[in-house]
Design a protein around this ligand. Structure first.
Ligand code: AMP
Length: 402
């Protein structure tokens, strides 16, 4: 099956056309700056074509049309006709408590995704814009929603409820939801295959460490806890997000800095994290360089980040009653030996000792723990698009059987 996978942001469309049987990407690309005069599409095909088209794109419908045209283009297209695409898989950030798994999109599903907008005001409207545009342009194809929150719907109430009046959970759905579920799910399954074990036997801590970062406790294939919460602001210190802070800091800042609640929220989302601590950058490549040149605040930001990840690993080992492997993924988890080394500094007592030579190797799925360690340390490049394609295929096969 050829599955078209879409990840729509408010001004961007990231996509891949995937052959789900061969698990191969046939074409992929990124359209950026939708709604401005500077829109541009970067499109790559399996035949080594890379093209860049610059022209104004007013909205998601125009953008998706532009991408579909590229897929069937006579020179650099990868398919002859759009009917060759079996189904469309859409990433949706927030599915609330409604969606425990991926679903075929219909009017009711769209309404239910809309209801989650207050919990993901930046992401869900953009995801919906992509869904609607795509369904308008390709009305006869099946469209499937794959949720970032769904994998974490197995988290028990003792882990997802906050210490707030229970009525607030009933009234507003105030609870931990967790995010990056597609990635945590993918690396857990891949780790089991790599280790030659059943996922149902394993207790894994998965560390998705990118610009946004989260840790999950995956016990016997199910998420039982995760560091992000009601929104993706909770948990680890991230690129620009503060992660967990004492909630009393919010009224304190409103008072002392003369800020509204909304301003504080933006401050905690966009000006905090390692950017705020270092005063330099949210990108760990910049921090590593600066730290190497003696910048103390860059070093401090890296230490704070790594310390908090390692604390979650310890906490989740306890939550699962033991630990078989820790998995590092996403931009930083896959590419930064320095950060992995800092995180693993104190894990030896749990039976997880880092092998520095193995840790220095780049590329592919790899074990970085010392030979014979009872707890494995693994690096597994994430592949969220493949999960979306596989989920889309699975849901579409169910339709055929019905
Ligand atoms: P992601 O959000 O998964 O795309 O990850 C992006 C982040 O990964 C960047 O902001 C960097 O902080 C980090 N990153 C990517 N490549 C490297 C690298 N080679 N060394 C250190 N950090 C990296």
């Amino acid at each position: 099956m050829k599955i078209f996978v879409l990840n729509c942001g408010s001004s961007s469309i990231k996509y891949q056309l995937i052959d789900s049987e061969a698990k191969k990407v046939i074409a992929k690309g990124l359209l950026e700056r939708i709604g401005t005069a500077g829109s541009f599409l970067k499109h790559y095909s399996v035949y080594d074509y890379a093209i860049e088209i610059k022209r104004p794109v007013a909205n998601h419908t125009e953008g998706i049309q532009m991408v579909l045209d590229a897929l069937v283009h006579k020179d650099y297209g990868v398919i002859k006709d759009l009917s060759e695409i079996t189904a469309f898989g859409h990433r949706v950030v927030h599915g609330g408590e409604k969606f425990h798994e991926s679903v075929l999109i219909n009017e009711q599903v769209i309404e239910d995704i809309k209801k989650c907008i207050p919990m993901a005001p930046l992401h869900n409207p953009a995801n919906l814009a992509g869904i609607k545009a795509c369904m308008t342009l390709m009305p006869n194809a099946p469209h499937v929603a794959v949720f970032d929150t769904a994998f974490h719907q197995t988290i028990p109430a003792k882990a997802y409820l906050y210490g707030l009046p229970y009525e607030l959970y009933i009234k507003y759905g105030l609870r931990k939801y967790g995010f990056h579920g597609i990635s945590h799910q993918y690396v857990s399954g891949t780790a089991a295959k790599y280790l030659g074990k059943e996922l149902a036997e394993l207790r894994l801590v998965t560390c998705h460490l990118g610009n946004g970062a989260s840790v999950a406790a995956v016990k016997h294939g199910k998420s039982i806890d995760t560091s992000m919460g009601f929104t993706p602001l909770e948990g680890l210190v991230m690129g620009t997000r503060c992660g967990e802070v004492d909630p009393a800091i919010i009224p304190f800042l409103m008072d002392k800095e003369d800020m509204t609640g909304k301003q504080v929220y933006q401050y905690l989302n966009n000006k905090s994290g390692v950017l705020g601590i270092s005063g330099l950058s949210s990108d760990f490549r910049d921090l590593e360089k600066a730290s190497g040149n003696g910048d103390e605040r860059a070093s401090l930001a890296m230490d704070i980040f790594a310390y908090r990840v390692s604390k979650y690993i310890g906490a989740y080992a306890v939550a699962m009653g033991g630990l078989d492997a820790v998995i590092f993924t996403a931009g930083l988890g896959e590419n930064s030996p320095v950060i992995r080394e800092k995180i693993c500094e104190n894990l030896g007592f749990m039976g997880a000792s880092l092998d520095k030579e193995k840790n220095a190797v780049r590329d592919g799925i790899r074990e970085i723990s010392k030979d014979g360690c009872p707890v494995k340390l693994l690096v597994i490049p994430t592949n969220e698009e493949l999960v979306i394609a596989e989920e889309t295929e699975r849901i579409c096969q169910n339709i055929v059987f019905l």
